[in-house]
Design a protein around this ligand. Structure first.
Ligand code: ADP
Ligand code: MG
Length: 402
């Protein structure tokens, strides 16, 4: 008996695990529901086909069409209910599906637990029963008073039970929340079962650095804020784009930002302003000048660990490369930048500032690699062009004039 030799675990735990493992007995039930879903798909197209046929042959009265469409809506709503039970039930009672971050993840799935599921089901049933009731009223001449009365009463009962469930799940959820907070001070003897299934992604991890720590680690030359930028000063400035960028939707979806304009027009200010916001929003940011990035990447390449360095930079959803173009790069440095941009392409974001328009980047990077690089960088980039006099000069001259 090797297993016993290897695992001297107490029998109660083993028993508990064995009981817990029986949840997998439920799994086939959900696949059965998938089959039922298939039946509804068949029923839907049957009804739809009948409706089309009657319309084409001119036998469809207005009431018939309305009833048939209501029936289709009914089928779809029941199908919705089914998918909710299948996905939500499987996730809650059997096993995590791991949809976090999936683009089609239903909004309720991230906070699904048995309470949420119950309320969702109850409201879905109310929806279905209202469609049924509506069908009765549309076809009122052929519905008996008796059915109408009971239809209404049952519908009311569904509404009442949904309302009660929703009301009860409020205090219950609040209690779960309180219990959760308490565990930080004194571990509660028993955790509510539902809490176990609430995904932890929303709660901040305790070992995560604070916004202040992220700001310090980012290496900004000075803390410039977007709010302090005077958008009246530049002659050309796309205020709307910068305001939209300030919402940080570009971070993490792998979009880039390129600020282009003459010296002193606030490119670094804006790049840092976005970086500060990103830090405050929980993103890790690294700021350095293009020359510093070049040195860092060259160092990594010499040590034979460029690939690891690039992979390590993936930890930071936003890198800022300031002052591209102040000094032209040799072919090797250009190649390093190309690798950086190619590596982060559609994976993580870059903010680049430059006093040269993209069309003249061949002067910085030389030759065809510049073209390919601009292509990659600009493909998913917001290009913000700033034109105007240097802000530094303005302050100097106005101070002088005073
Ligand atoms: P660039 O990077 O384009 O050369 P900077 O961002 O370094 O310019 O700006 C130079 C200085 O002027 C910085 O201190 C910056 O905060 C300030 N500045 C530039 N433009 C503005 C502006 N429109 N409003 C407020 N401050 C500005
Ligand atoms: Mg600058």
């Amino acid at each position: 008996m090797q297993a016993i030799d290897r695992e001297p675990s107490p029998p109660t735990t083993t028993l508990g695990y064995a009981l817990f493992a029986t949840r997998w007995l439920q799994a086939p039930l959900y696949f059965g529901l998938v089959a039922a879903q298939g039946v509804y798909v068949y029923k839907f197209f049957n009804e739809l086909w009948a409706l089309i046929l009657r319309c084409v042959t001119g036998q469809a009265t207005e009431t018939y069409v309305m009833l048939a469409v209501l029936k289709l809506v009914d089928v779809v709503m029941i199908a919705n209910l089914l998918i909710m039970v299948i996905v939500g039930g499987y996730e809650t009672f059997v096993s995590r599906i791991g949809l976090q971050g999936h683009r089609d993840q239903p909004e309720w799935l991230s906070h699904v637990n048995s309470n949420v599921l119950k309320v969702k089901l109850a409201t879905a049933i109310v929806g279905i029963s209202s469609v049924h009731l509506l069908q009765m009223f549309v076809d009122v001449h052929r519905t008996s008073h008796h059915s109408l009365l009971w239809g209404t009463v049952i519908h009311m009962a569904f509404i009442a039970s949904a309302a009660i469930l929703a009301y009860m799940s409020g205090p219950m959820a609040a209690q779960t929340e309180r219990g959760h907070q308490q565990t930080h001070h004194e571990p509660a003897p028993e955790e509510p079962a539902a809490k176990v299934f609430v995904p932890a992604q929303a709660a901040p991890r305790e070992d995560e650095p604070s916004a202040e720590e992220r700001l310090r680690a980012a290496g900004f030359p000075a803390r410039k804020l977007l709010e302090d930028f005077d958008s009246e000063h530049p002659r050309v400035f796309d205020r709307e784009t910068v305001a939209r960028l300030g919402k940080l939707d570009f971070v993490g979806v792998g979009r880039n930002v390129v600020f282009v304009g003459p010296p002193g027009t606030g490119k670094t200010h804006l790049a840092v302003g976005l970086g500060v916001r990103a830090c405050q929003a929980g993103h890790s940011v690294l700021f350095a000048s293009a020359a510093q990035w070049a040195a860092r990447l060259a160092g990594a390449r010499e040590a034979g660990r460029l690939a690891q360095e690039l992979a390590a930079l993936d930890e930071h959803p936003l890198l800022i490369v300031d002052e591209v173009g102040y000094t032209p790069f040799d072919a090797e440095t250009a190649a390093l930048f190309f690798q950086l941009i190619a590596h982060r392409y559609e994976r993580a974001s870059l903010i680049v500032t430059s006093d040269r328009p993209l069309g003249r980047w061949d002067e910085i990077f030389g030759g065809p690699s510049a073209l390919a690089m601009v292509d990659r960088l600009a493909h998913h980039a917001e290009l913000v062009r700033i034109e105007g006099d240097s802000y530094r000069m303005r302050r100097a001259t106005s101070a002088w004039a005073d």
